[in-house]
Structures are given as C-alpha cells and as structure tokens.
Design a protein around this ligand. Structure first.
Ligand SMILES: [Zn+2]
Length: 411
C-alpha cells in the first residue's frame, strides 16, 4: 500500500539521480542539479496543494494552513550535498517533512498553527564558504547582504548564481513574508554508528555539539636529511606530530569529546629534506562547551612546551567557534511521546555533526529526530538508511507535529 510515508523512499530515489556521478552526489547550492531538486520539491508541494514561498537566499517553504494565521511550526532540512554526498543527508529531512504534511492531510488533521516544510539553502557550505547558510540568514545570524556577496571558487557570487536561469531562484514562487517561528523540527540520518549499534531505529537529539576549528602552522628549520645531526634539528613535522597526538590524547581523556586533525600540508615535502613548515587543521567537538574550551587550553600548553623543546614556532589560529545547541526539552518530550505511541523505543543521542537546527535553536524551540545510518557512514555516495527506518521517521515526525501543535496552543 502506498502512503505518504512510503513515498519518502521513492522520492529520495528520484532526488538521488540529481547530481549523481561516480564519486557520489554533488549538489552544491544554486547549481543546476540543486535547482532541479528544488523544482521537484516545488512540484510535489504544489500537487499536494501546499502554498510555496521562498526568500532571497533560496530557502524554499511549502505551507499547510492551520486554523489560525499565527507563527508556524517549521519542519525541514537541506537539499544540497557535500561534493561526494549521498542520497539521505539533508534530502531525507526535506522530503520527510513534505511527506509528514501529507500524512496530516490523509488523516484530515486540522492543526491550530500553519505547518511549513522547508528546504534550507546551502547547509553543507560545499559551494559557498559558509555552512548552514540559509538557516543562518533565516535566524538573523548572517545578513542577507553578507550571504549574497559570498563567492565560490570560481569567483561567482551567490547573488549571481541565484539570478541565473539554470541554477537560481524558482520563477513564479512569491517571497515569503517574515514571520516568527513557533517551533522547529528536523528529521535527519544519524551519520554515525550509535543507533545501529544499539539496535534502535529512532534517536531524539539532546544537543548539537559545540565545535571549534583551527589552523596550526608549525615553522622549523629545513636542511639536508643526511647531513644535519639529530640534536641540531628543528623538524616542523615532528612538532606537528606532537600536536596530532596531543589532540587525540586530550579528546580521549575528555568523556564524549572528539577531536581530529584531518588535513596536513608539509613543506617542502621531499623525502630527503627536513620539513620546514607544516600546516594542520584541528577540529574539536563536544556537547559541552566547557570540554571544548578545556581541550583548547590543553592544546595551547602542549604548543608552548613543543616550541621550547623542539625550537620550532607554532601559531594556532581559531577559524570557527560554534557553541553547543541544546535541543528544547518540551519538543524532545513530544518526540519521545510520538515514538512511544507507535511502540518504538527512542534513544537520547547527541549530534556531533552540525545541522540547520543549530541556527534555528537561536530563534525558536528546536529539536531533531535521527534514524540510523547503515554502517554509521555518511558524506559518501554509499550512505544508506533502511526503507523501514525512513518510513518510521516520517510517521513519528507527523505525530510529533500534532503533539507540538497541541502543546503550543495558539499563543
Ligand atoms: Zn545534513
């Protein structure tokens, strides 16, 4: 039997063809395949009788009316992908939101508030250099002007890309009037191994992790690999290795924290040359801000000690600071009730990955529901979630919208 919950599988399959290549799915914001994904969303929304609107940065909304024209419950995620993306990260939450609205229709459910399914623009930051672009503008954390002025690697601005006929805003879709958000719910694949390992199909997110990103530059002295005695060396790569291992050690000793050095560049990078300069990335995350701060302080201590001991110079530059985003207790309770109502246990889980819900949580109560990722993998073409879990997530989301609508009332 087909129901809106089954539709989620077929629609995700349809979207997965857009931007597909050997390495996965590449659907950067305001590219032709991403625009095609917005067209599909618009087509499904129109066919279901929902009202479409968009804003200047490309966020796209499908609205199902409520009894009163008050602040809506907003439900959604993103349609863009990383350059080697899969079919579920983001797209699931957008299609799932639309299907949840259609379940309300099927069940002739009248909500007090309007409910909007939203496709946020550019969550991944894979084309324009700002993550959660659309939701950040929506929440007032980034100005429209700053967002539109962002340029991709080819020097094309977001503004220009959104004016283009092949990749830009949808014609005939009116501008969304500004309105407060009563509550925000986001359905997403976990992108990690926790739910699968626990044998549970649903996760209620307690908090989205705090995250800090850095670039460390280690400068040493170059020289001939055969002639400079060991005691006279200031090897930049050995200094960098001290940092890499310290990052791992500090995260391991701080419960729930994770830290990664994922990018290293060695200069001159020759087999018989002592490394002169090493640039490395550091990424630290935890659901508690204090733990991230603690690891940063420990890293600074290690850096000072490494400089002294090895005669290298190390500069640590903070590139990004994101505070932890605790999810709203009332909405989490509503999600748990909705899971319990269909006899499915749900696990409380923290999100190590950033999401649009981080931005929305600054302006409205926000919460997230996770479904398992097979093998715990994501951001690759092979990422996958079982059909049964996809359908379950949508059913719970629809039930949660009703719970939240009741809970909030009209005021
Ligand atoms: Zn995502």
């Amino acid at each position: 039997m087909t129901s809106p919950a089954n539709d989620v599988v077929a629609r995700l399959l349809e979207l997965s063809a857009l931007g597909r290549y050997d390495g996965g799915i590449d659907r950067g914001l305001a590219t032709p395949p991403e625009r095609a994904a917005r067209e599909r969303f618009a087509y499904w929304a129109r066919r279901a009788g929902f009202t479409l609107s968009q804003d200047v940065v490309g966020n796209l909304f499908a609205r199902r009316s409520g009894m009163h024209d008050v602040a809506p419950i907003v439900v959604g995620s993103h349609l863009d992908t990383v350059r080697t993306g899969g079919a579920y990260d983001g797209a699931y939450g957008v299609v799932g939101a639309l299907c949840a609205l259609q379940i309300l229709d099927r069940d002739k459910c009248v909500t007090t508030r309007p409910v909007e399914a939203v496709a946020w623009a550019g969550e991944e930051g894979s084309r324009f250099p700002l993550g959660c672009l659309g939701s950040s503008v929506f929440a007032g954390l980034t100005s429209e002007g700053d967002a539109l002025a962002l340029r991709d690697n080819d020097g094309i601005s977001l503004n220009a890309a959104l004016q283009s006929r092949e990749s830009g805003s949808l014609p005939d879709v009116p501008v969304r009037p500004r309105q407060e958000t009563a509550a925000y719910l986001e359905l997403h694949v976990e992108q990690g191994p926790v739910l699968e390992a626990a044998g549970v199909s649903l996760g209620v997110v307690t908090a989205i992790a705090a995250q800090r990103r850095y670039r460390a530059i280690v400068k040493g002295a170059s020289g001939h690999a055969g002639t400079v005695p060991m005691e006279r060396r200031s090897d930049a790569l050995c200094g960098a290795a001290d940092i890499v291992l310290a990052v791992e050690r500090e995260a391991r000793s701080s419960a729930g924290a994770v830290a990664t050095v994922g990018h290293v560049k060695v200069e001159p990078n020759g087999t018989n040359i002592i490394p002169l300069r090493v640039s490395l990335s550091v990424d630290i995350r935890s659901s508690e801000d204090a733990r991230v701060e603690h690891i940063e302080r420990a890293l600074q201590t290690v850096i000072a000690e490494t400089e002294r001991r090895r005669g290298v110079q190390i500069a640590l530059e903070r590139l990004e600071v994101r505070a932890a985003a605790p999810m709203d207790a009332r909405l989490r309770a509503a999600l748990h009730r909705s899971c319990a109502a269909i006899g499915q246990p749900a696990l409380d889980i923290t999100s190590g990955a950033g999401h649009d819900a981080t931005c929305l949580s600054r302006v409205a109560p926000a919460a997230m529901l996770f479904v398992p990722s097979v093998g715990g993998v994501s951001h690759i073409g092979a990422e996958r979630t079982e059909d049964r879990d996809l359908e379950l997530g949508v059913a719970v989301l629809a039930a949660a919208i009703i719970e939240v609508d009741r809970d909030l009332g009209q005021n």
